[in-house]
Ligand binder design. Sequence first.
Ligand SMILES: [Zn+2]
Length: 69
Amino acid sequence: MRFEPWRLEVDSTGSPPIHEAECTTCNAASGAADDKAEPELWCLRHAGRTGHSGFRGITTTFFRATRLG
Ligand SMILES: [Zn+2]
């Protein structure tokens, strides 16, 4: 297999990284936010309300491939 000269970079032209959190007990989700403080605060509120203490943090980052040749 031959690889073409492509470069992969973080795509800064579109959306910034998206942060989200999910409860590992009931799968409730914080919803997407640009600032990771929002899902972190949601975790604490959810823990206070439900007693659930395990969470999954998800960050979605966008990449863009560019052909060099
Ligand atoms: Zn929960």
